[in-house]
Ligand binder design. Sequence first.
Ligand code: SF4
Length: 393
Amino acid sequence: MKTLKQTIDKCKELSFDLNFTEAKNWKGKDNNRALIGYMPIYFPREIAHASNCLAVGILGTGDRKRIIKGDAYYQSYICRIPRGIIELALDKHFEGFDGFIFPSICDVIRNLSGMFKLLNIGNFVSYLDYPQNFNPNIGGEFYKNEINNILTNIKKINNAEVTTEKLNHSISLYNKNRKLITSIYDARQKFPWRLSAEELYYVIRAGMVIPVEDHNIILEQVYDFIQENFGEPIDKIRVIVYGSFCEQPPVSLIKTIELAGCYVVDDDFLIGSRWIEGNIDDNTDDPINAIVNAFLTKSTFSSSLYDVNNPKEDRLIELFNKRNADGIIFAAASFCDPALLDRPTLQNACEKNNIRYISFQFSENIGEFKNIKEQVGAFSDSIKLWDDELIEN
Ligand code: SF4
């Protein structure tokens, strides 16, 4: 049995392996296996699993690779994640990958899918559009069609027969995965000092590059570890970090937030891993319909998702209350249109509800955190010193 530290160290190694060694080793054990890379944020990985594929999350290069060629593909005034992904592609990091899914997040990702097509990377490149109409007969049918197109593409690669039984089994494994992740977030809400936001980040991110069966074992271990009573709470405020759903903040930024006096009690890093809130029906004659239905009725909120009749600002306030948070930190990637366009609406909602917030931008490779540390430290101090409720408690 590994210690918590050993498990976290392993997750850290997996998370930032830009060669995707574990995934490639998995594929190498069986000729009928295939690797499907997917860009952030959400992709119904159940369909890949049922097709004998491993869906591998591709999150850019972070601060671990110098971007040279990627800059030549993009203008200067867009975010950094697509440049890193192109750099990885041109430097052959995706050798052994069979196909790529580009979920519709924004125009940048749409263009990136076009570049992969032009560069002939992988056997197929799918741009996956999500429904913006939540009527099952309209948006639901559309989405079903999108999923079936992907399954057809995968079948051309490994000839996998996807059965109802296999899909139900895959759904049940991902239900377990989401449930464990939610349980860890809930446990951290009560005892955030038992697992830092940085450690949690590694644990969740590792799950994007290894089989779900292996990730479930890791999550169970971590969940069991943090049931034990260890560590002492420190005088920190509790914050939600929001706006980092696609390009990921450098880990040092997450660390900086915690070192500057905050417990991060919720966030939208790697949100695709817990996109569906709750279970998908795993005992059905029509599992594709169950996946579609879950997307229409159980999706989380995000700047990348149309939120008709269910405004994201209301859901952010709900999350704030549920997590008993003291403030919100809006941290978006530089030039991230979806996040930055939403920001005024979300900030207005904070003001109406007397919720303290601060905002800043980052890029995945920033290496200087002094300003952010000062800003977050001042935010934390101002809440600790001047929040009546905290003083009374
Ligand atoms: S970081 Fe924002 S702008 Fe850039 S690809 Fe992602 S969603 Fe699009």
